[in-house]
Design a protein around this ligand. Structure first.
Ligand SMILES: Cc1cc2nc3c(=O)[nH]c(=O)nc-3n(C[C@H](O)[C@H](O)[C@H](O)COP(=O)(O)OP(=O)(O)OC[C@H]3O[C@@H](n4cnc5c(N)ncnc54)[C@H](O)[C@@H]3O)c2cc1C
Length: 642
């Protein structure tokens, strides 16, 4: 199949060179500024109120810009970020255990399997320390040690303890901090908050991003909203797999619509499968639940040595248990990165040694930790996670080991952005999980919150000035592009409503997710991906002939919302598979069965694939633009956690 063509390479025009430690400082100094009086004349639209969008909106408004924020939930503080459990990384070295900015930078580049930009990752590590100070100043209740210092724990892919946390509710507490900062600016009249509004189109005039088309989810009204610049902070697209740990509402529409308008989409096949989720329990399930990676600090992962061993865990003696992560990776043990731990779990289950219904599970056992720490200390650290597990499975993890299995969790791919976080459409900035991010082919635990807040509190508020300094831009309200964008949205909604078929949106989404998981999940092959593309195309055609969307567009209509999102997932799914097919190497979460080392680990091909794959939408075959990656500091090597 001739699935794509190759276009000109791209380069990150905003990235400075020279010593890596001073690049961010020099970029900030080189960027143009907007004087405070002029900021009041400039409007910025921010789509999304999670950690990335919330922090950006608050900071831009605090600086004096007029901000208009949008989210589809009924309140900004219900963004998916609220679900984040385990923690946020920062190179504070409070533990005096050898951490440093350089080590966080090193761990992140290596953890991402050498598929991220060094300049961005170094900046992220530098800013990590500022984030903690900012959040503490806001009153975020991070866990503290007896002496009063902030406490840290360990996460995968690191041998130091650098993860700051607020029990198992870190995302919620951080989001409350950002939300309060936003609320202050809403009250001051600098942020106009539009909850329950969904962006359905990007408006591009004279090559610049000038606004969005939104639908009021309560009344159904479709309107155009204009501004000098647009920031997308709309989160990740893991729900293309239907079952994932993401909130049910997470979707790709905002970024996909921008992609269709000219923004390149980078590395879509880099998806993260998290090793510690509660296994699927039946065919009617619509969501999977994460058990935070922090549990791997104290939990030990094991399966029986023998295949098809149906004994209860307590009946299996020590010498008939295989603590396979500790055995295979003695230096990192249970704290190997997520991609490695997920594949190892899949492999032992494929060998018939999995536990629980269907044999798709491994034990995460706290018996040793409970003996060492005592129940009260364990409860303090992990109490809410244990309770959540018990409520869902009916089993008490204080008594029997948890059962866990990998599930889709995070997407490293997203809209391509330069060092300034600007997409290939001038005036369109993308932050948080929505951009292709600093995590390469595999994100380390507790690094998404760090990246979202670095983008929102520190990077974007500096780099967007450089663009806005050329504004205010001319009024475009009567331009044909604006009317056309609105018309396109109305026509599409009408098209979805008028199919009048006999299959629910969910049934299509579930089937799409099944294809993605089966052929583009933890292990990918040329044959499977080719098959998946055919299946996705067939299913997409069927969707447009048979989908049933009851109700009308002039009312609250959740079926209509879902239908639009699933229609976009179909288009994205095909691009994910094309990207996965073209990348004939294994890297991080992208494991091509044809490309493995003799002992079964991921085998990269740096000469051929040491680039970011940025895809251009054409309506037909997508065009691949390569951004070559160079490594001056952390030299590519085979990742080893042994
Ligand atoms: C269960 C779970 C636990 C996690 N735990 C951790 C952790 O401990 N540490 C860590 O670092 N990371 C963790 N992560 C990852 C992390 O939570 C996310 O990557 C991060 O919160 C994403 O933040 P965001 O601001 O980019 O997007 P989100 O929080 O997803 O926010 C997206 C926003 O965009 C809005 N939006 C989207 N589309 C539209 C549209 N079309 N129109 C209008 N509004 C729109 C939404 O309403 C929402 O406000 C976890 C993820 C999951 C699923």
């Amino acid at each position: 199949m001739d699935l794509f063509t190759t276009g000109d390479p791209i380069r990150d025009a905003a990235a400075p060179d020279g010593p890596i430690e001073t690049r961010w400082e020099r970029r900030r100094f080189g960027a143009r500024l907007v004087n405070p009086a002029n900021r009041r004349k400039l409007t910025v639209i921010v789509v999304g109120t999670g950690l990335a969008g919330g922090s950006a909106a608050a900071t831009l408004a605090e600086a004096g810009y007029r901000v208009r924020s949008y989210c589809y939930q009924d309140s900004p503080r219900r963004a998916h970020s609220i679900a984040a459990q385990g923690g946020i990384n920062a190179a504070k070295d409070y533990r005096n255990d050898g951490d440093s900015i350089y080590r966080l930078f090193y761990d992140t580049v290596k953890g991402g399997d050498f598929r991220a930009r060094e300049s961005n990752v170094y900046r992220l590590a530098q800013l990590s320390v500022n984030i903690i100070d900012q959040c503490v100043a806001q009153g975020v209740p991070f866990a503290r040690e007896y002496g009063g210092l902030l406490d840290n724990r360990s996460f995968g892919g690191a041998q130091v303890s650098r993860t700051f946390y607020a029990r198992g509710q870190t995302g919620q507490q951080l989001l409350l901090g950002a939300y309060q900062a936003m609320e202050r600016q809403i009250a001051a009249g600098n942020i106009e908050m539009n909850a329950r509004h969904e962006m359905l189109e990007l408006i591009v005039v004279d090559g610049r991003s000038r606004g969005i088309v939104v639908r009021d989810l309560v009344t159904g009204e479709v309107s155009t909203e204009l501004a000098d610049a647009v920031v997308l902070a709309s989160g990740g697209y893991g729900n293309v797999f239907f079952l994932s740990t993401n909130a049910k509402g997470c979707n790709v529409t905002a970024t996909w619509r921008a992609h269709r308008k000219g923004a390149l989409f980078a590395n879509p096949c880099f998806t993260q499968i998290h090793p510690t989720c509660i296994p699927e329990s039946g065919t009617h399930q619509s969501k999977l639940t994460l058990m935070s990676e922090s549990l791997r600090n104290d939990g030990r992962v094991w399966v029986p040595v023998r295949a098809s061993d149906s004994r209860q865990p307590a009946e299996i003696p020590e010498d008939e248990r295989d603590y396979y992560l500790e055995r295979m990776y003695p230096s990192f043990g249970n704290l190997v990165p997520r991609d490695i731990a997920s594949r190892a779990a899949k492999n032992v289950c494929d060998e018939g040694r999995g536990v629980g219904p269907g044999g798709r599970g491994v034990y995460l056992d706290f018996a040793d930790a409970l003996q060492r720490l005592g129940r009260a200390a364990a409860e303090e650290k992990y109490g809410n996670l244990f309770e959540m597990y018990q409520r869902i499975t009916g089993e008490d993890p204080y008594v029997v080991p948890m059962r866990i299995y990998p599930a889709v969790h995070y997407t490293m791919g997203g809209l391509w952005v330069d060092y300034d976080l600007q997409s290939t459409i001038p005036g369109l900035f993308v932050i948080g999980e929505a951009n292709f991010s600093d995590h390469g082919a595999n994100r380390l635990g507790a690094s998404a919150l760090m990246q979202g807040l670095a983008d929102g509190y520190f990077v974007l508020p500096n780099t967007i000035n450089n663009y806005l300094a050329a504004g205010p831009f001319p009024d475009v309200s009567d331009r044909a592009e604006v009317t056309r964008a609105r018309r396109a949205v109305v026509d599409r909604l009408d098209a979805l409503l008028s199919v009048g078929g006999d299959r629910t949106v969910d049934s299509f989404h579930r089937e799409l997710g099944h294809v993605m998981w089966e052929y583009c999940g933890m292990e990918r092959t040329e044959e499977g991906l080719t098959k998946a593309i055919g299946l996705i195309r067939g299913l997409r055609d069927e969707f447009w002939q048979r989908v049933k969307v009851p109700g009308t567009g002039e009312q609250l209509n959740q079926n209509l919302e879902k239908a639009g999102r699933v229609a976009d997932f179909f288009e994205l799914a095909e691009l994910i598979c094309v990207d996965a097919l073209h990348r004939r190497e294994s890297a991080g979460g992208h494991f091509r069965a044809e490309s493995r080392t003799p002992d079964g680990e991921a085998l990269r091909h740096d000469d051929e694939f040491g680039y970011v794959a940025a895809w251009e939408f054409t309506g037909g075959r997508p065009v691949l633009h390569k951004e070559p990656l160079t490594f001056e500091y952390v030299h590519p090597s085979t990742r080893s956690y042994k």
